[in-house]
Write a protein that binds this ligand. Structure first.
Ligand code: G3P
Length: 217
């Protein structure tokens, strides 16, 4: 399973990329707005920091303007993946980009039917939003299960990118179901390293080791 960071924080992206465990980055207009940073410059800087795909979202809502915005964004770097919303115009743009060999992440997917359409439109990635469904009392993880099933039925090549992740358990559940990727907020990625028994075990190993008086180096 690939792990992406859902972030525009350059310091965090730089430091967590150094783990060698980050396969790509997703961004969205809300993350850019809350950072106060310039969108185009930030995407360029992220692309300079990471080797994998970097999703940059169009903000136009009509087909023609989405094409113009997507073309501009795709010129920033070969890492850039154009993110389009799951609307009729968004999927038309997805189809047009995929015909030009431009990779597309179709975002704001909340139903299996939407995911089916995105695959038919040639999406590279489909982003089902787990957390926002759970927030409404719906079953976000079940959406992942259904998409995995229908994509397997027809051997669609679109990769399932579990998004709107709220917990480490969301990552684990997505992995169990066979989602190709999870895009994870940095705090949750940090949480994946942690287990109290790891700390406790390390403490006791180190305490016992110090009694031996030995040193490896
Ligand atoms: O980037 C898309 C998605 O991961 C957003 O998550 O937490 O705003 O629902 P959230």
């Amino acid at each position: 399973m690939k792990l992406f960071l859902d972030s525009v924080d350059l310091e965090v992206i730089n430091s967590l990329s150094k783990t060698g465990l980050i396969d790509g980055i997703t961004t969205n207009p809300s993350l850019i707005a809350s950072s106060g940073m310039n969108f185009l410059e930030t995407i360029k800087k992220i692309c300079d920091l990471v080797d994998g795909p970097v999703s940059a979202e169009v903000t136009a809502t009509d087909f023609k303007s989405m094409l113009l915005e997507g073309q501009k964004l795709s010129k920033i770097s070969s890492n850039v993946v154009i993110k389009v919303p799951l609307t009729k115009d968004g999927l038309k743009a997805c189809k047009a980009f995929s015909k030009q060999g431009i990779r597309v992440n179709v975002t704001l997917c909340f139903s299996t039917a939407q995911a089916l359409l995105a695959a038919k439109a040639g999406a590279t990635f489909i982003s089902p939003f787990i957390g926002r469904l759970d927030d409404l009392g719906a079953d976000g993880i079940n959406l992942i299960a259904e998409i995995v099933e229908i994509y397997n039925n027809f051997n669609f090549q679109t990769e399932i990118l579990a998004a709107s992740i709220r917990s480490v358990q969301d990552v684990v559940d997505s992995a169990k179901l066979g989602a190709d990727i999870a895009t994870i907020p940095p705090k949750i990625f940090e949480g994946m390293f942690l287990h109290p028994l790891t700390n406790k075990g390390l403490e006791s190993f180190l305490a016992d080791w110090s009694k031996t008086g030995q040193s490896i180096l």
